[in-house]
Design a protein around this ligand. Structure first.
Ligand SMILES: Nc1nc2c(ncn2[C@@H]2O[C@H](COP(=O)(O)OP(=O)(O)O)[C@@H](O)[C@H]2O)c(=O)[nH]1
Ligand SMILES: [Mg+2]
Length: 230
């Protein structure tokens, strides 16, 4: 467990927009592994920020532009050597954090992404929306693999670990969830090492997804082409 390691420290960053039903579960789950927890609140209209503050973690607010903006807002506040991004809705398992950071701790990778395609998902299959997301995600992943001669299976998961020094060099620009593929492409483009570990994606504990894939599909294609070829 990294928290006990004298040489490296771990920050956990949790983007949260109206996740009052699950935020305490995620914060408490992350505490045993984290030296620092930062919740980036999207100006939730429920109790999310208050619950987080009462649990003694750092709470900051995004610019109301989306999850990508929220993750970017966290960067100046991170003090750990390694950062783990984990969603607030209960889709990711805090107990998997040690496995996620292991390739970085072993100096085999600079950025590790959790894969629901290997680890399984209880949220990614079944309906037309999920089908569209899965097809889009697989296509984008294949483009990234082709361009950089790598073999990852999931380019869109929000559960990832990255060296803070590397994160700061990526010059991230995306405001929405396209930040996940931007992080991966820019990691590879800058010559940093990427690894993937299987992580399971659970159904969100409560509430609904904030992402309307039909509204943002164009941005996915545009940002893919932009970061792959520019
Ligand atoms: N701060 C912040 N968090 C967000 C925003 N949009 C989504 N999130 C959080 O990002 C995580 C992933 O979002 P979610 O809606 O579950 O997307 P999905 O898992 O792709 O369906 C959740 O913890 C959300 O609460 C936002 O605009 N601001
Ligand atoms: Mg989710």
């Amino acid at each position: 467990m990294l928290k006990q390691s004298a040489s490296r420290t771990l920050s956990v960053v949790i983007p949260a927009l109206n996740e009052e039903k699950s935020i305490s579960f995620i914060i408490e789950g992350c505490k045993p592994f984290a030296d620092e927890i930062i919740v980036i609140d999207g100006h939730s209209i429920d109790q999310t920020a208050i619950i987080a503050e009462n649990l003694g973690v750092k709470v900051i607010f995004d610019n109301k532009k989306g999850k990508g903006d929220a993750l970017r807002c966290s960067i100046p506040h991170i003090t750990g050597d390694i950062v783990v991004f984990i969603d607030a809705d209960g889709s990711h398992t805090p107990e998997e954090i040690p496995m996620l950071i292991e390739p970085i701790v072993a100096n085999e990778a600079d950025h590790v992404t959790g894969s629901r395609l290997i680890g399984g998902s209880s949220e990614f299959h079944g309906g037309f929306d999920e089908c569209f997301r899965l097809m889009g995600s697989s296509f984008i992943t294949a483009c990234i693999n082709w361009k950089f001669k790598v073999r990852i299976s999931d380019s869109q998961n929000g559960f990832r670990a990255i060296r803070t020094s590397v994160l700061r060099r990526l010059d991230l620009k995306e405001n929405i969830t396209t930040i996940e593929q931007e992080m991966i492409i820019k990691t590879l483009k800058n010559g940093f090492r990427i690894a993937e570990v299987p992580t399971h994606e659970h159904r969100r504990i409560a509430g609904y997804s904030k992402i309307d894939i039909k509204k943002v599909a164009f941005r996915y294609v545009y940002s893919l082409l932009k970061y792959l070829f520019r």
